[in-house]
Design a binder for this molecule. Structure first.
Ligand SMILES: [Zn+2]
Length: 359
């Protein structure tokens, strides 16, 4: 298995929680019966039951959620189980159309699903831990999740936000766990291994918030980028444009023939507004480049081009250490190619009257 540890552990948790709904769908009882449950799930079944019992005393919502599920008749419980099992497979077959079923259940059932999964996300994962069979460690909570997440190839995103590429001191401590499909919208994915990743508080709290991919009328998840399935950086090219007052950025498909790529970019922009945010950095990059090459005083356009190309190459070489340099590197390449004439003119002729000098 090449599945990374955090994914394997979350899958184990997910399977565990799904098994409760399978149990409820097959039980003829109208209450959550301890003996019947422990016969169905010997061993770690008692962990969930102890939570249920403990919450009986505190009157917490897990007790109400579980009692509510058992108050539904058996066929209803089966419909709920099938819908959750279906939705949890969203990442398994990306070749065919996929629509979530739990969001189509009746309101009461949706409320119960939400109360159940959010209890486990907020209590068991975020403020304490899971103690169930099959985990790679005896207890698994937010800290363990973060530690596993930032191992291996994710080590290089521990100090930047993987969306906006802004640096953070330590993603493990500072970044938010983001639910790509909002936990308030599709709560049965609140602990799903393909729905959870770490991003900065600005991307999550200011931009993504609870936005849904379906807000613009799209219901097919093939029309959005999926974390763990897509690397946006490989599928999107940054296109710079010189406008009168400023330079701006747009995202364009790296491969125009890729299915639904325009829709994917549109939703990604709706979520994070990166082109607008990134455009604001260009003036600083421009000023830095202007000062730097003015100091180095190239004697002709080709020399300037050569200097810029070398600097851009240095940035590319170090990108695995400093991924936050990505945008500045791309911008520099644009200055040294498409914009070379105008930029050379700026560098050589300070002031308002930029004159293009031909060699
Ligand atoms: Zn960010």
């Amino acid at each position: 298995m090449d599945i990374r540890n955090h994914e394997a552990d979350l899958k184990c948790i997910n399977d565990y929680l799904l098994s409760f709904f399978e149990f409820a769908a097959n039980s003829s009882n109208a209450v959550f019966d301890e003996n019947e449950w422990l016969a169905f799930k010997p061993g770690d079944g008692k962990w969930l039951y102890s939570r249920y019992k403990r919450e009986v005393q505190t009157g917490n919502r897990i007790k109400q959620a579980i009692d509510g599920i058992f108050a539904m008749d058996k066929p209803q419980r089966n419909v709920v189980y099938q819908a959750i099992a279906h939705d949890m497979k969203f990442a398994e077959d990306l070749a065919n159309s996929f629509e979530f079923q739990t969001i189509q259940l009746e309101a009461k059932a949706q409320e119960l699903i939400k109360a159940f999964f959010l209890y486990f996300y907020e209590n068991a994962l975020s403020s304490s831990w899971f103690e169930i069979d099959g985990l790679s460690m005896p207890r698994f909570g937010r800290d363990e999740f973060a530690e596993e997440y930032f191992k291996g190839e994710n080590e290089n995103i521990r100090f930047i936000c993987p969306v906006c590429l802004q640096t953070v001191t330590d993603g493990m401590l500072e970044e938010h766990i983001e639910h790509y499909f909002p936990k308030a919208y599709i709560p049965c994915l609140a602990l799903h291994p393909n729905n959870l990743y770490f991003i900065c508080g600005v991307c999550n709290g200011r931009y993504k918030q609870d936005k849904k991919y379906s807000d613009n009328g799209n219901t097919d998840i093939r029309k959005i980028f999926l974390p763990y399935a897509d690397t946006v950086k490989d599928k999107v090219a940054v296109k710079f444009e010189h406008k009168i007052k400023e330079d701006t950025i747009d995202f364009v498909p790296a491969d125009i023939n890729e299915d639904y790529i325009e829709d994917k970019i549109e939703t990604f922009n709706y979520y994070f507004q990166l082109p607008q945010r990134w455009s604001k950095s260009l003036e600083r990059y421009n000023m830095t480049a202007y000062r730097k090459y003015k100091r180095r005083n190239p004697t002709n356009k080709e020399k300037l081009k050569h200097m810029i190309e070398k600097d851009a190459k240095d940035i590319r070489t170090d990108l695995n250490i400093r991924p936050e340099m990505y945008l500045e590197g791309q911008y520099l390449e644009w200055l040294g190619s498409v914009q070379l004439r105008a930029f050379y003119s700026n560098v050589k002729h300070e002031g308002k009257k930029a004159v293009v000098v031909e060699d």
